[in-house]
Ligand binder design. Sequence first.
Ligand code: XMP
Length: 183
Amino acid sequence: MLVPLFTSEIIAERVAVLGKEITETYQSESVPLTVVSILTGSIFFSVDLVRQIRLHVKMDAILAQSYVHHASSGEVLIKNKLKESPAGANILLLDDILDTGLTLKTIQSSLLEQGAASVKTCVLLDKELPPEKKMTHADWFAFRIPPKYVVGYGLDSDELYRNLPGIYELQDDDSGKPEDFVF
Ligand code: XMP
């Protein structure tokens, strides 16, 4: 069953606020901001957010996977390199959801090791976990949510539900089927 959490209108409002804050943070920088999206989950968040950033941006992406079915595998598989070397770049790393922080921390550390000048992070959702279970925090997040499994607006359950315009909690997740949602 899909339980609505955030509508597309509410998401758009928060994304606009984040875009403004990010614009203000980077507007005095002389080099273009490089936005690196962690795919596939951040795809819709990324395209909406970059259009709210009123600066020159370069866009790049990292295909990464840490969750298998609904649980963390404990390791982050990074499946590609960036188009341009991150050396010297100011990078804004985007992900769909921060859970333990393993994914964000692993990729942030890797970009810094490759010589990025700075790597700030922005996530759509920040899952509430006990502090000892969080490996890192994001510089920006759109919404903080309880530790439930969520889908929609890029987030998936075994690759389904990504194209839902809003964000939903997936309850009784083994029985969840795409037909639960009426488009
Ligand atoms: P970590 O623990 O590395 O987890 O911070 C973040 C990654 O795990 C995936 N993830 C989810 N994906 N609904 C999803 O569709 C969820 O509720 C969820 N929780 C974690 C996601 O790929 C993210 O990059």
